[in-house]
Ligand binder design. Sequence first.
Ligand code: PGA
Length: 263
Amino acid sequence: MNKKFLIVGNWKMNLTTTQASLLVHRLSENIKIHKNIEVVLAPTMLTLQPISLQIDHRKFKLASQDAYFIDEGAYTGQVSFTMLKNLVKYGIIGHSERRHIFGESLETVTKKVAAAYRNNIIPILCVGETNTERLAGETNQVIHDQVETALANITSEDITSLVIAYEPVWAIGTGSVATPDQASSVAKVIRNDISELYGSEAAGRVRILYGGSVKPDLVSGFLRDPQIDGLLVGGASLNYRQFADIVTGANRVAHNLKLKEDE
Ligand code: PGA
């Protein structure tokens, strides 16, 4: 296995600075450094800086949940990717809550992906269909449109570091989970799109995560699928036991896959 599993905890708009610090403390006690796993925490903007000082950077990397696409200027209330440079390794972009609650358009997402790369931050681009779109048989088209527009102007060098999180909107925070087969088939659609734009090698290198009501007992089902390179976890990432179990579960799968490869 040449890729590490990527496990990302998206804390959304939860936890005060004190609560966030306590969660990091508990996570540090309960999560080990695994060579096959990269664990990423995405706290609020407010707590990124103190958490950066608190964590062991060999154990945890940081991600922003969003940022603005212009580097600086008169944009009251915004924080830019430029300001996050050297603080976060990854930036979540186009989360369905941003798209649906805050009306982020495909065009805005495109600009944010470009801004992240411009500031040496790796985008975790979120894509996913609504329930209505799935029922109407539009899933593949929706994913295709979200992926293709987001990547306009991205170079073939940058594309290989990209992370795409497939998060069906109907599975986020709802307790309804996509099956590994559903996630795998959408991941294939994504890789086909990337392959058409950047070639098959790039398509193989892009990391694709599944997100939506992930719990510890679901980890192996998703990660055993060769199309899925990791998980984007919301609710369960706020509970240190569940998040630590998710990381341990991912390590078990990585270990088993490695054993199979060595046979
Ligand atoms: P959830 O959130 O795990 O609570 O469904 C996932 C996400 O929004 O990234």
